[in-house]
Every structure is written in C-alpha cells, then in structure tokens.
Design a protein around this ligand. Structure first.
Ligand code: SF4
Length: 314
C-alpha cells in the first residue's frame, strides 16, 4: 500500500475510513539481523525439546492457540479427523472470490465472484473439491449464500483491491526450525504491500466474522513472526478486519512483539511435546468461549458449566 492508495476516489465513508487507517505512509525500519536473530534464538531454545520428539512436528496458529487455551481441547481435536462443513468451507470460498476480484475484468458482483470461486475450487483436486461436488442443490445454495454474505460485507466496507498494492489472498507461509524438525505454518487471509530493503511495508489482514477475541491478536503476531523468519523484514501492520462491523483493529509491529511471539511458540512447543505419546501429561482444562466448538463439550464438567452459564446470561 503506497501513496496512490491515499488518493483513491469514489469510496464510501466506510471504505475511506479503512483506507485512512491502513494507508499510513509511516514505514518503520528494522535492523537487518532481526530475522536471523529470531531464527537463531528459536533454534537454540527448541533444540533440546525437539531432541525428544520422535518425528517432525508441525504447528499452525490454530493448534498454537489451543495449546495456550485449553490443552484438553487440543488433545480432543487432534484425534478427530478434519471434515469440511458449510461454515468451514465458506471462508475458503470467500477468500478465493476475493482473490479473483483482484484481476477480474469488468465489474463483477460478489455473487459472480463466489460462483466462479466455487467452480474453480470444484474443478481442483483438493479435499474441499470433493466436499463441494457431493453437496446437493440446497446445500450448495447455502454455501453460495453464506460466501456471498462474506464477500458482500468485504466489498461494501473495504476499499477495492488495487493491484499496485500487491494483494495476495490465502498466502501460505512456513518457517522451518531446528533443521526440518519443526515447521510453523499458516495461511494469511490477505496481505497488501511489500518491504523495501529493511523498511517494512506489508500489511497482514485476517478477515473475521463474529466478535473480536484476544486470541485474534496473538494469531496475527504469529504470522508476523513467520513473515520475519521468511523475508527477514517484519510486516509493518497487523489487522483483524471484522466484516459485519466493517471495523479494522490494527497493531503496529515492533521488535518486542516479535520476541514475545517467539516465546509463545517455544512455550507452545513445550506443551505439545509434554502432551505427546508415549507418556502424555494430563492436559489442563481451561473453560471459555471456545467450549462451544469443543468436540468433548458434552462430557467435560468445566465445559458444561461454562456453556450453561453462557446460556443463562443470554
Ligand atoms: S469443553 Fe471447554 S474446558 Fe472442556 S475440554 Fe473443551 S474447551 Fe476445554
């Protein structure tokens, strides 16, 4: 995102507000050794733990969040095979539609973009392609409608993506630590901009539905760490964009933020290894809003109490 972004015309007030908030020309410069220092520090802190791991480990932002939230949920979740559902498919379809919007000629409606995104994913060879092919007409219409709602919210409140901002949707990012023994991985919903030398320029954006949560901030800090390990220069800004409200919540990236995120990774890996076979520790249970999505919430006393309290409050 650069100077041209500040002169965009024909924006509604919501789009203009987002543009004003994200389009700052303030580009911090970071020291050139920062990425190497982070990598070295992580390798050194993790090496003794990884020596105990029987096989390579992979950690995503979701798993890291669960390890720092409720360990019992993490254990229950990893033993459940992942299956697609209409709510989980909606985000991927909508992100694909947003990606198409960057280079789509003419003036496509959100529904045009969603239908094209669905067709492209369906023709692919991913697990989601199989899920979409198996939907009946009503289920497909529901997925289309929910994705259309997501994309419409985005296009109504976010400035149209200009290709000069170098927008990338669903960008995969990985960091390899301790040789290839540990992989940190993620997928950024939307990134804009790029670094110039050691001058930060990239904005990482997570597109969210629902209410803001503390964990949303930690998720983006994790991505900022991965970006720094990959490129050597941090992003300049992290943005959780809440679609229903058209509200960006941003945080500037600092070196302290990255070191704090690195420590969170080390602590998370320690928890993960402690919970691994053959002698797993007893997982802690921490009840909270995520009990709602937990696969064992009908048998966990802490979770049942939490959910009952939530229903009573409502
Ligand atoms: S129901 Fe809640 S407290 Fe119980 S395991 Fe699941 S997330 Fe943890």
């Amino acid at each position: 995102m650069g100077d041209d972004l500040l002169t965009a015309e024909g924006l509604n007030p919501a789009q203009q507000q987002v543009l004003d908030e994200l389009g700052s020309l303030d580009r911090p410069v970071f020291r050139s050794e920062l990425g190497v220092d982070l990598q070295h520090n992580l390798d050194e802190a993790l090496a003794p733990m990884m020596a105990e791991a029987p096989e390579p480990l992979f950690i995503s932002k979701r798993q890291l969040g669960m390890l720092h939230g409720c360990e019992a949920r993490f254990v229950a979740d990893r033993s459940e095979p992942f299956t697609w559902s209409i709510p989980s498919a909606r985000g991927t379809v909508a992100h694909k539609a947003i990606e198409l919007s960057v280079a789509y000629r003419g003036n496509p409606t959100p529904l045009d973009l969603v239908e094209n995104a669905l067709a492209r994913i369906e023709a692919d060879e991913r697990s989601l392609s199989t899920f979409i092919r198996q939907l009946d007409e009503a289920e497909r219409a529901e997925l289309t409608g929910r994705s259309n709602d997501f994309v419409t919210n985005f296009t109504e409140t976010f400035p149209p993506l200009n290709r000069r901002w170098r927008p990338v949707a669903e960008s995969s990012i990985k960091a390899l630590l301790c040789g290839d023994a540990l992989t940190l991985q993620g997928k950024v919903d939307l990134s804009l901009g790029y670094a110039r030398g050691t001058e930060a320029g990239k904005v990482l954006i997570d597109l969210k539905t629902g209410h803001p949560k503390t964990a949303d901030v930690e998720d983006l800090r994790f991505y900022a760490l991965l970006e720094t390990l990959k490129v050597g220069v941090p992003p300049r800004l992290l943005v959780n964009y809440y679609l229903e409200a058209g509200a960006p919540r941003q945080e500037a990236v600092t070196e302290d933020l990255l070191w704090s995120s690195a420590k969170r990774v080390v602590d998370g890996v320690a928890k993960l290894i402690a919970l691994n076979e053959p002698n797993p520790a007893t997982p802690n249970r921490t009840a909270g809003p995520n009990c709602r999505w937990c696969p064992i919430n009908t048998e966990c006393p802490e979770g049942i109490e939490q959910l009952n309290a939530t229903y009573d409050a409502n």
